[in-house]
Design a protein around this ligand. Structure first.
Ligand code: ZN
Length: 157
């Protein structure tokens, strides 16, 4: 099921999301929610989605990677590169808006997968950027808080 994406100024985008209780992974409804997040991300042509964008303030993000969609529960950045880089970002919850955001070029991230296994990944470039953007959502931070040269497109697709 494709979930509804909430947009600014919805207050839920500004809340700090709660960690997922790993017992919930045994719950069919929760597993269905994870599938719905991936389906929503794919349908909306997003490269990442955070649960608060669907109105649920829990620490779950999905990102698309070259190996397919990655579901990350309670993600935490454990290591950051010294170097940062600027690039353009947008967000389904901040429609028609783009801006340049400075992000760490490489990160290490620890998370729990949908089977309850703790995983670690090293990410760089776009994948690292998307993970940082989505984890910001879990802390109530939007890319426009950090962006330079913010532009708003007048016309919708
Ligand atoms: Zn976003």
């Amino acid at each position: 099921m494709v979930l509804k994406i909430i947009t600014i100024p919805d207050e839920r985008l500004r809340q700090v999301s709660a960690p997922v209780d790993l017992d919930d992974l045994n719950d069919d409804d929760f597993q269905q929610f994870l599938d719905d997040m991936v389906e929503t991300m794919d349908t909306k042509d997003g490269i990442g989605l955070a649960a608060p964008q669907t109105g649920y303030n829990i620490r779950v993000i999905t990102v698309s990677s070259k190996n397919g969609p990655l579901i990350m529960i309670n993600p935490e950045i454990t290591k950051k590169s010294i170097t940062k880089e600027w690039d353009e970002e947008g967000c389904l919850s901040v429609p028609h808006t783009f801006g340049q955001v400075k992000r760490y070029r490489q990160i290490h991230c620890r998370f729990t997968n949908r089977r309850g296994e703790v995983k670690k990944i090293a990410a760089q470039g776009l994948l690292a950027r998307v993970i940082q953007h989505e984890i910001d959502h879990l802390n109530g931070v939007l890319f426009t808080d950090k962006a330079k040269k913010i532009t708003t497109e007048k016309y919708t697709l």
